[in-house]
Structure formats: C-alpha cells, structure tokens
Design a protein around this ligand. Structure first.
Ligand SMILES: NC(=O)c1ccc[n+]([C@@H]2O[C@H](COP(=O)([O-])OP(=O)(O)OC[C@H]3O[C@@H](n4cnc5c(N)ncnc54)[C@H](OP(=O)(O)O)[C@@H]3O)[C@@H](O)[C@H]2O)c1
Length: 183
C-alpha cells in the first residue's frame, strides 16, 4: 500500500521559513493550529505521524519533544544518531513511509524543515500543503522552493492578526496530471 502525506509549513512572502535553526516569528495562533491539525484523528485508536528532518527535531525545545499525541519520525543519515524511546529514526523518506505502514497511523504530516520540504514537494505521494502564509518579509536563511505553480488552492482563511503580523491559513493541493501547469 502506498502511504501518502501532507505538508504543514509556515512561510513568509518570500517563502522564508527559518533563521539560524529557528522559526523567524512567534505566532501562538499558528502553533495552536499546528498542534490541532497534526494531533486530531477521526479514529480514537489511531495517531498521526509527524515526519521531520534531524535539524527540525533539534529545533524543538527538549521539554516539548517528542511532540505529544503524535508518532514522531526523524530523518537522518547518521546511523549513530540517538532518539528517545518511541521516536522512529529513518534514513530516507521511503523508509519512513514504509515503516509507518506497520503502525496505526491515520495521516502522515511532513513538518520540515527546508531540506525535507524540498524533497517532499517533488514527491508523487504528496497530497496537500497546509500553508500558513505570513504577510511580511523576514531575514531568513531557509526557504521553500518555488512550488506553487503545480498546486491549486482549496481553502483560504480570513487574515489573523497577532504580534503585529497578519497571516492566513491556506490549503493547497497538487494539480491533476494533464494540467499544463502541473509539473
Ligand atoms: N516555517 C516552518 O513551518 C518550519 C517548519 C520546520 C522547520 N523550520 C525551520 O527550518 C530550519 C531547519 O531546516 P533545515 O533545512 O536546515 O533542516 P531539516 O530539513 O530540518 O533537517 C536536515 C537534516 O535532515 C536529514 N536529511 C535531509 N535529507 C535527508 C534524506 N533525504 N534522508 C535522510 N535524512 C535526511 C539530515 O540529517 P543528518 O545531518 O543528521 O544526516 C539533514 O542534515 C530551521 O530554521 C527551522 O526552524 C521551519
């Protein structure tokens, strides 16, 4: 069985997502949205999985990791890298999606960072992008690639305002094959 996945990401107007290993902004409303989206399941006995690169894993404060109520999956090429009990360590996205077939997982969410988004935005198993679009420009060192042309919007929220910033929740999905823009 092929497991597909969704991406969850917050980006600024220039597709900036990070600076010096951290998020460039502090938006509690977005963190709340992230937690609810990635934790909620329709089936009580199932969990969602959150797949992330090793650097994103390390960017989560120790007291908050692993992210609770979700199966945490860390991508690293380092065979000796240690993760706590209950956290899965994998050497590739294929390994992650294959391994997750053995777990009662409802939805797989890829949650960053830049290297992993880059890989996943080009992957045929990607279904949707949950994008928090921050209407500002930050001095970022990590960016999403230019991907939106191959996607269509299926939802856009009203703007939210917090800490002097305006942001919207958008949901994008891959355009169907055969669409001239779907590449
Ligand atoms: N705005 C957002 O929504 C958001 C979300 C998440 C993260 N971020 C930000 O993004 C930044 C981190 O992103 P990043 O690009 O530097 O790092 P990253 O993607 O989180 O992690 C990179 C690491 O993942 C592993 N990796 C990469 N490709 C792999 C592959 N094909 N197979 C197996 N392992 C692989 C490698 O680990 P090893 O070196 O151990 O081999 C690599 O060093 C931070 O600033 C963070 O705050 C932003």
């Amino acid at each position: 069985m092929v497991i597909d996945f969704d991406i969850v990401v917050a980006a600024d107007r220039k597709r900036g997502i990070g600076k010096e290993g951290r998020l460039p902004w502090h938006l509690p409303g977005d963190l709340k949205y992230f937690r609810k989206l990635t934790s909620t399941t329709k089936t009580g006995s199932y969990q969602n999985a959150v797949i992330m690169g090793r650097k994103t894993w390390e960017s989560i404060p120790l007291k908050h990791r692993p992210l609770n109520d979700r199966l945490n999956v860390v991508l690293t090429k380092d065979a000796d890298y240690k993760v706590p009990n209950g956290v899965l360590k994998v050497a590739s996205l294929d390994d992650a999606l294959e391994l997750l077939q053995d777990f009662p997982v409802e939805t797989c969410f890829v949650i960053g960072g830049g290297q992993i988004y880059d890989l996943c935005l080009r992957d045929y198993r990607l279904r949707k992008v949950y994008l928090t679009e921050v209407d500002a420009e930050f001095d970022c060192d990590t960016f999403l690639p230019d991907y939106e042309r191959a996607f269509e919007e299926i939802f856009q929220s009203q703007p939210h305002n917090e800490n002097g910033l305006s942001y919207k929740f958008r949901i994008l999905r891959k355009k169907k094959e055969g669409d001239p823009d779907a590449s």
